[in-house]
Design a protein around this ligand. Sequence first.
Ligand code: ZN
Length: 160
Amino acid sequence: MAIAKDTVVQFHYTLKDADGTVIEASHGNEPMAYLHGHGNIIPGLEEEMAGKEAGTEFVATVSPEKAYGQRDETAIQRIPAKHLQGAKKWKKGMVAHVETDKGQRQVTVIKVGKFMVDVDANHPFAGKELTFEVKIEDVRDATAEEIQHGHAHGIGGHQH
Ligand code: ZN
């Protein structure tokens, strides 16, 4: 069956940046599963998935606008080091959690001072053109429960 709204898709992928460097890959793990038509994956990849069937392999290059958006330079902030959660000592490039009034956010440490730390709250893939090499493993109808929850269950999906 072809991928359409309210189908659950299992797929393997390799994600590369514009230089061809592998950023992430699902191979060696369970395939990733998502509920199509519910914004579970980035828009650019969901568009490419539509209409394809199990066994199909394809390569899709997705612009930042259809992936994680452009970088927001105002998302770089200087905050007290004691507000960072996740490690005792901080170094450039480490990922920390910070409590904000909008809940917990993930930030990347870009500069460490004695008491203050510069962090970047942009998504690590913001501003990047992303290339996905995809192999579709399985396509099935979603259950009523999956549609109600808005996500896939089972292998590669949500575990309740
Ligand atoms: Zn659920």
